[in-house]
Design a binder for this molecule. Sequence first.
Ligand code: NDP
Length: 327
Amino acid sequence: MSKTVTVTGAAGAIGYALLFRIASGQLVGPDEKVRLRLLEIEPALKAAEGTAMELVDCAFPLLEAIDITADPNEAFDGANIAMLVGARPRTKGMERADLLEANGAIFQPQGKAINDHAADDIKVLVVGNPANTNALIAMNNAPDVPRERFTAMTRLDQNRAYGQLAAKLAIPLTDIEDLVIWGNHSPTMFPDLFNAKIKGPPSQKAVDAVDDMAWYENEYLPNVGKRGAAIIEARGASSAASAANAAIDHIHDWVLGADGLVSMAVPSGGQYGVPDGLVSSFPVRVSGGDYEIVEGLEVGEFAQSKIDITVNELKEEQAAVKSLGLI
Ligand code: NDP
């Protein structure tokens, strides 16, 4: 048995941090061989070939084959897992509509190619920004694929939220459970300390352990939300290894399952008042290769006001791509 994993934007910084981990067995486990399909735009094909040469030089026992192409139809042919990393970044002076249009030109054809060529069990993760809305575009252009197979990444936000909470409480990260992100992968996303728990005994709500709403609202939320910008400022380049790590976490858990709640941006079925079909981050449970949005969690007034902001942003992005004819 082997899995075909397609990675777009394979020659980019995240791709470079991602591919070696996939090939070493960290994505779908140490018993499964992988076939890699690298999709790149024409000017980046040579760089992708260089990365493929290094992959060969690692002599990974689980890596069965590497194909490189600029044609989405070839790239997604028989794909079991698609990790859509390549996207058009926002450049200086670019309006949001231009950004969405440029990404529509990438994610529309990729959605169609997935629809026409991917394996029946295809699972799609969108990493390239604006990730939720790029996933929405791909999903709406793949009518034959069950829509729940299209997801976007908020796992990096979740991992950042764990790191910063552990530092605040001076506890090991492993003492935190069920800390999830709601909404859009953007600075508006909402890390939920009301449903997160600190292991006991006695177990405690994270918000009670913190006991400082001013810190939660004025430091934690912006610091988690703007962590990407802080990394660019410190490193002189955007986060790549941590983004790749989160992409691995997302697919690994979706395929192999995990304990507790995790964050995935997935098409809403109307849960928690999020409009049906919007790709928004929710608390989910993963097992047996499927995920399920967890219902019935506490959403108080504070949390609801923050979720409304991030979901409204997604609604605006949805309206914009609709008016551009992308969905
Ligand atoms: P990266 O590999 O650093 O980033 C790729 C995408 O991931 C960007 O959209 C970036 O968004 C997004 N991203 C999501 N979360 C994060 C995060 N936490 N930190 C950083 N990035 C994040 O970009 P590169 O420019 O190095 O590489 C992109 C590659 O994609 C290029 O090789 C390009 O040729 C390729 N590409 C391929 C396409 C295709 O296959 N059809 C189409 C377009 C591009 P943000 O910009 O907001 O940081």
